[in-house]
Design a protein. Structure first.
Length: 606
């Protein structure tokens, strides 16, 4: 009985009806999952991995899909084997949540904003388990403790918007585990989370699986997470399964070309050890020019001194100022021409606020920002408009930063119209040249943003940022939402442009492996301050600050032999950056541990 798989998918075919006819989402996919086993379904956007999981829950039908062929066998708690494709809707309601739990990618959409956490946690227990209100609440508290949520009694009375992203994801995991399902489907459950929270949640899921014997179907495009979690791996590409095998074999001896390309595109922490300068990655299936390191230029481009940015918190009937959010606190650094400085840290550490303050998209409270000696903070609106010729930004979400009603040709040309730098045929030629630079076909010029994939949209955003020949580009999490191979191509593109055009990048990210690949210098941020700054080699190979060390320890490595254990991950909760109006923080004092490598001398906590 124990050897019998909990789930067996055989020759699954899913079709979607569209205006232009039938589209096959999944074609002839077969695999099984045994009790207490984690099977990772790996592939990029559009490979059919989420469609497979939604078919198991029979939720694909609500999204316009149709299970056109194949068998979905599920072994129930009672011991009977159920054919899920034949089950009626009331039986499926009993199974969803009770015997098959699901953790969705985006916790805010998976939780109901108008009900408290307690109400949402107890609902499934009362429906499926017939518990009384008191029993359900006791079980909900126990679940919140299991997923390590601090002050669980308080959390039960709170609403989803009052919790951080990591907390919300833990609540979703607690809800999925509430009825002790036999199968847990986790659909990209850590994509939107910070490194440290991701490490904790992966360790938590692994521990819960061992304790409860639940089978886990883990859907992801992150190969480092696969190495951390999986027992077996199923690789999907364009709706088909192309390879399956034990995790160590897939990583050490991949057979299919697509699996090889996927693994080659993953930046691995430690790959750049011993290398002084960043260099592009070798990608399979791409013609490679000779890969040269990028030494960067000489001379100072951007100097930031004692930058402070605070946001007011207003309350009461008259909207009086009651406190300040100390988003950026006493930040100083220098960025030289043709080099990349990366700002790293978790969500809420102030790295995006620092980037926006430099461009004055957010007005800083105090400090000094000089671009080639010009004081940006002292400029009037006309002077700032001129200065922005030299400074551009690439945002995290290209879909939100592009206009859905404008053709791509017009979006890339717009900065040049605004500034009158090019006209007529000259303008058309420059836009076409920019499309060539970012490796997009010229046939895309008359398309709209929704007709492109995420990676292609991000290339358009890069082309638009390059339109005015800027000297500085601030890239805010510009590759975090992209698939592995697309991310690698976009990073290579940014590095090639840097070596050819002498661009300087302020690269904002929480992905340590990516930062190691692209940076000349690294600054680690925590609670609005830079806690460690120096050349990339010094910071990565000899981290000095306790927070930098904790951050490095949390990064999953794309090698199944180097898994993280829960006992190694001891992160301190991040204190609140909100302080009362009269609060005066101490200035940042640094100790130089090596030439150019400085560490914050901190009194408490990290």
């Amino acid at each position: 009985m124990l050897d019998q798989p909990i789930v067996r998918i055989e020759n699954l075919r899913v079709e979607f009806q569209t205006k232009s006819g039938k589209v096959v989402g999944v074609e002839d996919v077969s695999f099984s999952i045994n009790p207490g086993e984690t099977v990772a379904i790996v592939g990029e956007s559009g490979s059919g991995k989420s469609v497979s999981s939604l078919s198991l829950m029979r939720l694909v039908e609500f999204g316009g899909g149709d299970i056109a062929g194949g068998k979905l066998s599920f072994s129930r708690k009672t011991g009977e084997t159920l054919e899920l494709t034949d089950a009626d809707s009331s039986l499926m309601q009993t199974i969803r949540g009770n015997e098959i739990g699901m953790i969705f990618q985006e916790p805010m959409t998976a939780l109901n904003p108008v009900f408290t956490v307690g109400r949402q946690l107890t609902e499934g227990l009362r429906v499926h388990r017939g518990l009384t209100a008191k029993e359900a609440e006791a079980r909900a508290l126990e679940l919140l403790r299991q997923v390590r949520i601090p002050e669980p009694e308080r959390r039960l009375k709170q609403y989803p918007h009052e919790l951080s992203g990591g907390m919300r994801q833990r609540v979703v995991i607690a809800m999925a585990l509430a009825c002790e399902p036999r199968l847990l489907i986790a659909d990209e459950p850590t994509t939107a989370l910070d490194v440290t929270i991701q490490a904790e949640i992966l360790a938590l899921m692994d521990r819960l699986k061992r304790e409860t014997g639940t089978a886990v179907m883990f859907i992801t495009h992150d190969m480092a997470v696969v190495a951390q979690m999986a027992d077996r791996v199923v690789v999907m590409y364009r709706g088909r399964k192309v390879e399956e095998g034990p995790v160590a074999e897939i990583f050490e001896n991949p057979q299919h070309d697509y699996t090889k390309a996927l693994l080659a595109a993953v930046p691995k922490l430690g790959e750049m050890t011993g290398k002084k300068y960043p260099e592009p990655m070798k990608l399979l299936g791409k013609p490679q020019a000779e890969i040269k390191p990028i030494p960067g230029g000489e001379g100072e481009l951007l100097k930031v001194e004692n930058l402070v940015t605070r946001f007011p918190v207003r309350g009461g009937f008259f909207r009086k100022l009651v406190a300040n959010v100390h988003a950026v606190e006493d930040v100083s650094f220098t960025l030289n021409k043709g080099r990349t400085l990366s700002l790293v840290g978790e969500s809420g550490c102030g790295k995006s606020s620092a980037g926006r303050s430099i461009l004055r998209l957010v007005e800083p409270t105090s400090g000094k920002v000089s671009l080639e000696g010009k004081d940006i903070l002292a400029l009037d609106s006309r002077g700032l408009r001129e200065a922005r010729l030299d400074m551009q930004m690439i945002f995290q979400d290209p879909f939100a930063s592009l206009n859905p009603q404008m053709k791509l040709l017009d979006q890339v040309a717009e900065p040049m119209w605004n500034y009158g730098t090019h006209k007529g045929k000259d303008l058309q030629d420059r836009v076409a040249m920019l499309f060539d630079r970012v490796e997009l076909p010229r046939s895309f010029l008359n398309r709209y943003p929704h007709e492109l994939s995420g990676g292609q949209r991000q290339r358009v955003a890069i082309a638009r940022a390059l339109a005015l020949n800027p000297k500085l580009i601030i890239a805010d999490e510009s590759v975090s939402a992209l698939d592995v191979s697309v991310q690698a191509q976009v990073l290579n593109l940014m590095m090639e442009l840097q070596s050819e055009l002498g661009l300087s990048f302020l690269f904002i990210s929480h992905d340590m492996a990516v930062v190691e690949r692209v940076s000349h210098d690294v600054a680690v941020m925590y609670l609005g301050r830079i806690v460690e700054i120096g050349p990339r080699q010094a910071v990565f190979e000899n981290p000095q600050h306790a927070y930098t060390k904790a951050l490095m320890k949390a990064v999953p490595i794309a090698d199944p032999r180097q898994r993280k254990l829960e006992k190694d991950l001891n992160f301190k909760p991040i204190p609140s950056p909100i302080h009362s109006v009269g609060y005066q923080p101490k200035p940042s004092v640094y100790e130089e541990v090596a030439p150019g490598h400085r560490v914050l001398i901190s009194e408490s906590g990290y």
